[in-house]
Write a protein that binds this ligand. Structure first.
Ligand SMILES: Cc1ncc(COP(=O)(O)O)c(C=O)c1O
Length: 485
């Protein structure tokens, strides 16, 4: 009775990444009402600078068409529907993208195409570049949502390029060539390479040399390069400047067919506005701009949001202050978090950006397998009551890595999360010491645990598919929805 899309399994969210959200949803931590609940550390949200945004809104009431000061524009904005978007919105976003990149590069507002978040932007780009059955190379570990966003409705495949811990997950020419050649042997047509810079989940950004080598790789193969730069303003204060692909292709010594280059952007991470669904496709290819713009009718940003964002992001004083302050607060959060983890013997991949840490828990694995990783993950959710995301859900080739989000909570919640980790590590240490002195076989405390977490994947899928649940923002749990209930 229904289509293949409706009845098949292409949504790609039967994964531990989303199971963790379900665990949180069933038992969400609340400072006063559910102190023992699960703390959500699986959500890459940037909630550290809302005070700055709120102050700006208070000082600029005319920016909203729903305020006494802005009401005079209500009519014009409410009826606006041109899919190119408000010119002032495109100008402001182009301005913001340039400022985030230290004004080392400028963006042409006429190339800004709107979409429903980066989610919609990715899908639109893929619709423009590839046909069903074609494939994109994607270095691992990568954001689990890509398996849905890029594949589900387009019929395009993703071919992982295994990058591993032996060289801190660097993307090498060798790994790219091997994945490309293997796909060719399997008769898979590679149409492009997708990178996320800065990386989710690694929290690192690519250096000039790597970017230059990626540009020469895709030019040699004559395939596209899609650069997801949605974390570009999350680079921590005090770190080297973020390098955008847009800078690299302007360099004199770089030979590049710009028609192959496409940037995906959004305000979900840099500004912390995932609910506004402001996604951007910035392509250097005129035909892609034109096709994506036509397609954007399916996922426009509402004119009310465009209007507000246009005012906010064209205020350069605010933008510069926001970018600097956000980078500082993220740096402080990251420093505190990694330091507290180090105190209890946990190390993380050295990172310089992002809203998360890539935490290495291999020493705690019973054996170096993904089964052991899942067992440990279940204990972290069930007993330590933290929703962190296992590396396997990011296609990480090495077991034992976990992504821990640190910018979606207040200081108090962060401290509680860190003390839970500390208690868990101490318990482990004690139990390891006791067992080695009393028994020959060494067993960590959690390894004897009763592993209780078991979700019917059918139920998860129902939830993920339900209109009130977005994989990026579990609305069921959001304070807003809770307040309404
Ligand atoms: C790398 C990456 N790309 C795209 C997205 C989707 O972002 P948006 O909320 O703008 O759709 C995410 C969300 O977590 C992400 O991490």
């Amino acid at each position: 009775m229904l289509s293949k899309i409706a009845t098949s399994d292409g949504h790609g969210e039967k994964s531990s990444y989303f199971d963790g959200w379900k665990a949180y949803e069933d038992d969400p931590y609340h400072a006063t009402e559910n102190h023992e609940g699960v703390i959500q550390m699986g959500l890459a949200e940037n909630q550290l600078c809302f005070d700055l945004v709120q102050d700006w809104i208070k000082n600029n009431p005319q920016a909203s068409i729903c305020s006494a000061e802005g009401l005079y524009e209500f009519h014009d904005i409410a009826i606006f529907q041109d899919y190119r978007g408000l010119p002032e919105f495109r100008n402001a976003v182009a301005n913001f993208m340039g400022r985030v990149r230290g004004n080392r590069v400028t963006f042409d507002p006429d190339r800004i195409v709107m979409s429903g978040g980066a989610t919609g932007a990715h899908e639109t780009v893929v619709f423009c570049l590839a046909d069903p059955g074609d494939a994109l190379l994607v270095p691992t570990p990568y954001y689990p949502g890509f398996d849905r966003d890029l594949r589900w409705r387009t019929g395009v495949q993703l071919v992982p390029v295994p990058c591993d811990s032996s060289n801190d997950f660097k993307i090498t020419r060798q790994a790219l060539e091997a994945a490309y050649e293997k796909a060719k042997e399997d008769n898979i047509r590679i149409k492009g390479l997708l990178i996320t810079n800065p990386s989710n989940p690694l929290g690192t950004f690519l250096d000039r040399e790597t970017l230059t080598s990626l540009v020469s790789f895709i030019n040699e193969k004559n395939i596209h390069l899609i650069c997801d730069e949605i974390y570009s303003a999350t680079v921590f204060a005090g770190q080297p400047d973020f390098v955008s692909i847009s800078e690299i292709i302007e360099e004199d010594n770089v030979v590049c067919n710009k028609d192959l280059i496409h940037v995906v952007y959004s305000l979900s991470k840099d500004m912390g506005f995932p609910g506004f669904r402001v996604g951007i496709i910035y392509s250097y290819n005129d035909a892609v701009v034109s096709c994506a713009r036509k397609m954007s009718s399916f996922g426009l940003v509402s004119s009310q949001t465009q209007h507000l964002i246009a005012a906010m992001l064209s205020d350069n004083e605010f933008v510069d202050k926001f970018i600097a302050e956000s980078a500082k607060r993220l740096a402080n959060r990251h420093k505190h978090f990694t330091w507290r983890l180090e105190q209890v013997g946990i190390s993380c991949l050295k990172s310089n950006a992002g809203l998360f840490l890539w935490m290495g828990l291999h020493p705690l694995l019973k054996e170096q397998t993904f089964e052991a990783e899942m067992s440990l993950w279940r204990v972290i959710i069930n007993e330590v009551k933290l929703n962190v995301s296992p590396g396997s859900s990011f296609h990480c080739p090495n077991p034992g890595w976990f992504r821990v989000c640190f910018a979606n909570m207040d200081d108090l919640t962060m401290d509680i999360a860190l003390s839970r980790i500390k208690a868990f590590m101490l318990k482990n240490k004690e139990s390891a010491t006791t067992t080695t002195t009393t028994r020959p076989k060494k067993k960590l405390c959690w390894q004897a645990s009763n592993l209780r977490l078991s979700f019917s994947s059918r139920r998860i899928d129902d939830i993920m598919m339900s209109p009130c649940m977005s994989p990026h923002s579990p609305l069921v749990q959001s304070p807003l929805v809770r307040a309404r209930n």
